[in-house]
Design a protein around this ligand. Structure first.
Ligand SMILES: C[S@@+](CC[C@H](N)C(=O)[O-])C[C@H]1O[C@@H](n2cnc3c(N)ncnc32)[C@H](O)[C@@H]1O
Length: 250
C-alpha cells in the first residue's frame, strides 16, 4: 500500500492543531463570516463549508441562522468542531468526506473554502474539487475561495520563520519553492516538551490569473479577485488570494 498523503495523516492535524487553530483564530473566523455577504453582495441560507476543520466558520454561520453542511476528511477535526457546536446546541450537518468526492447537485447558495484548504492534489484532482463545487451550487450561487497567492509569496518570501507560543512550545518553519513555482514546500519542526515533531507538506501556488482560469475551466463564468476577505484589491497590498465565483443563474 502507498504511503498516505500528508493531509490524510491524522497525526498531522493532531500535532499541528495548537499551532494552526489557536483560540484567536476562532475569533478571526467569526469576523470573516461577517464579510462573506459583503463579498458576494448577496444573502445566503444554505452554505457548504468545504474543509471546515474545527468549525471556525461553520459555527458562527449556524449561529446566525444559516443551514450549514460542513465537510472535512479528518475525524479528529470534525470531533473538535462538533464538540464546540454542541456547547451552543447548534445544528450543523457534519460530513466526513473527501473534497474530491463530495457533491450535492444544486444544493447550496454559498460554498466556502477558506484558509488554504485547496491545492493539495495534482492538477486533475484540484480541478475535480472545483467541478464538484460548481455542481453543488444552486444556479446563481457563489463560491468563495481563500488561498495564498503566488504573487504574494514572491513579493514577501521568507525562507524560514520561528514562532514561540506562550506555553513554551515552538514552531520552526522552512519554506521552499518547488516544481517551477507550482508548489511551496513547508517543513515544520514542532518543539513541545523537548520533543520534536517534523512534518513536511506541499501546497499548490496559484497566481490570480491561474486561479481564475481554473475556476472558469470548472464552469464558473463570472470570477472576481480580492486581496483579502475584507475585499481589498488583488494588487501589491494583497494579503491573500480570494476569488469570488458565481454560477450563472437559470
Ligand atoms: C488549513 S485547514 C482549514 C480549515 C478551515 N477551512 C478553517 O478555515 O479553519 C484545511 C482543512 O482541510 C481538510 N482537508 C484536507 N484534505 C482534505 C480532503 N482531501 N478532503 C476534505 N477535507 C480535507 C483538513 O482536514 C483541514 O480541516
Amino acid at each position: 500500500m502507498s504511503r498516505p498523503e500528508w493531509f490524510e495523516d491524522e497525526r498531522f492535524w493532531e500535532s499541528t492543531y495548537p499551532f494552526i487553530f489557536e483560540e484567536e483564530r476562532f475569533a478571526a473566523g467569526e469576523a470573516e463570516v461577517a464579510e462573506l455577504a459583503k463579498l458576494t453582495g448577496s444573502p445566503f441560507r444554505r452554505v457548504l463549508d468545504l474543509c471546515c476543520g474545527p468549525g471556525r466558520h461553520s459555527i458562527p454561520l449556524a449561529r446566525q441562522g444559516a443551514r450549514v453542511t460542513a465537510v472535512d476528511r479528518s475525524p479528529f477535526l470534525l470531533e473538535k468542531a462538533k464538540s464546540r457546536a454542541d456547547l451552543e446546541k447548534l445544528d450543523v450537518e457534519w460530513v466526513q468526506e473527501d473534497m474530491r468526492l463530495f457533491v450535492r447537485p444544486d444544493e447550496f447558495d454559498l460554498v466556502i473554502s477558506l484558509f488554504t484548504s485547496f491545492g493539495y492534489f495534482g492538477d486533475e484532482e484540484n480541478l475535480t474539487v472545483l467541478r464538484n463545487v460548481f455542481r453543488s451550487l444552486a444556479p446563481g450561487g457563489f463560491f468563495i475561495i481563500d488561498v495564498m497567492g503566488k504573487e504574494i509569496v514572491a513579493r514577501s518570501f521568507a525562507a524560514s520563520a520561528v514562532e514561540k507560543k506562550s506555553d513554551g512550545s515552538t514552531r520552526v518553519e522552512t519554506r521552499e519553492i518547488i516544481d517551477d513555482w507550482y508548489r511551496i514546500r513547508s517543513r515544520w519542526f514542532l518543539i513541545q516538551d523537548e520533543k520534536v515533531t517534523k512534518i513536511t507538506f506541499d501546497t499548490a501556488l496559484y497566481s490570480g490569473r491561474e486561479l481564475v482560469d481554473l475556476l472558469k475551466k470548472a464552469g464558473f463564468e463570472n470570477v472576481k479577485l480580492f486581496g483579502s476577505l475584507q475585499g481589498i484589491s488583488y494588487d501589491l497590498r494583497a494579503q491573500r488570494l480570494v476569488a469570488v465565483a458565481r454560477k450563472s443563474g437559470e
